[in-house]
Ligand binder design. Structure first.
Ligand code: ADE
Length: 231
C-alpha cells in the first residue's frame, strides 16, 4: 500500500480526480491511499489567510512559510518522505523521471506533493523541506494541483497492479523511444475506411513487424527528437 499526501488550498480538485476511473480502482483495491491536507487549516490568522505581499515588492501574493511547514509536520514520517514541489522552475518531468520516481516510491512507500498557488511560495520552505522540484512543461499553470495529479497518475501506472493488463505498459508510447503504433477495433469499415489488411491476417509475426514499422514511421514524422536522442 502506497500513500500520496497532497498539501493544497484546493483539496476538492484532488479528491474529485481520484473518485473516477482507474485511479479510483487503485484506491479501492488498497494499492494507493490518498490524503489531502488543506494548508488553510494551518493558518494562524482569523481570516484563514495563508498568503502575503512579497518582501521587496512586486506583483502577486506569496504563500507564507508557517502554514505550509505546519501542514508538512502534520504528516506521519514526513522526515523520511520525499517532498515534491510542483513548479515551472523544476526539472522537466518525463518518462525517465517517472520511472525513477516509481522506484523511489517502492522504497519510501509515500510521497508528499506540495501544490503552490498565487505567485509562489516562501523560498525557505523549499530550502528546508522540499526534496524534489518538478515541472510538467514549459508553461505556467494557476496551481500545482494539476501537475501533482499528472505526476501521480503516471507514477502509479508504473506500479504493478494498477493497470488491468501490465502488457499495456510495454507497448505504449515512449517505450523504446518510440510512439505507439495505430490501433483499430470493430467495426471493420468506418465511413469507407477499412482496417489495415495485415491486422486481420492472424499472422502474428507479420502484425508485429507492421506495428514496429508504423511506430518508427510515426515517431520520425511526429517526434524526430526521440529518434535523435536514441542511445
Ligand atoms: N505550477 C505552475 N505551473 C507549473 C508547471 N508547468 N509544472 C509544475 N508546476 C507548476
Amino acid at each position: 500500500m502506497y500513500n500520496f499526501y497532497y498539501l493544497t488550498l484546493f483539496p476538492a480538485i484532488i479528491n474529485d480526480y481520484f473518485s473516477e476511473s482507474i485511479m479510483k480502482r487503485s484506491v479501492e483495491n488498497d494499492i494507493l491511499q490518498i490524503h489531502t491536507v488543506d494548508i488553510r487549516d494551518f493558518s494562524n490568522n482569523k481570516h484563514n489567510r495563508v498568503d502575503d505581499y512579497p518582501y521587496g515588492g512586486g506583483a502577486g501574493m506569496i504563500m507564507q512559510a508557517p502554514p505550509i511547514i505546519k501542514a508538512i509536520k502534520s504528516i506521519e514520517n514526513h522526515q523520511i518522505t520525499p517532498i515534491i514541489f510542483l513548479t515551472p522552475s523544476g526539472i522537466p518531468f518525463n518518462v525517465e523521471e517517472c520511472k525513477k520516481l516509481a522506484l523511489k516510491l517502492k522504497q519510501s512507500k509515500q510521497f508528499i506533493f506540495l501544490c503552490g498557488h498565487y505567485e509562489g511560495i516562501d523560498q525557505r520552505v523549499i530550502d528546508r523541506y522540499v526534496t524534489d522540484e518538478y515541472s510538467i512543461g514549459d508553461y505556467v499553470l494557476t496551481g500545482g494541483e494539476l501537475p501533482a495529479l499528472v505526476m501521480s497518475d503516471s507514477i502509479m501506472r508504473q506500479i504493478g497492479g494498477v493497470l488491468g493488463n501490465s502488457d499495456s505498459l510495454k507497448e505504449e508510447s515512449f517505450e523504446n523511444d518510440l510512439l505507439e503504433y495505430p490501433q483499430y477495433t470493430r467495426p471493420n469499415i468506418v465511413e469507407q475506411m477499412s482496417v489495415p489488411e495485415v491486422l486481420l491476417s492472424g499472422n502474428h509475426a507479420k502484425i508485429k513487424e507492421w506495428r514496429k514499422k508504423k511506430a518508427v514511421e510515426l515517431t520520425k514524422i511526429k517526434r524526430p527528437d526521440l529518434i535523435k536522442i536514441k542511445k
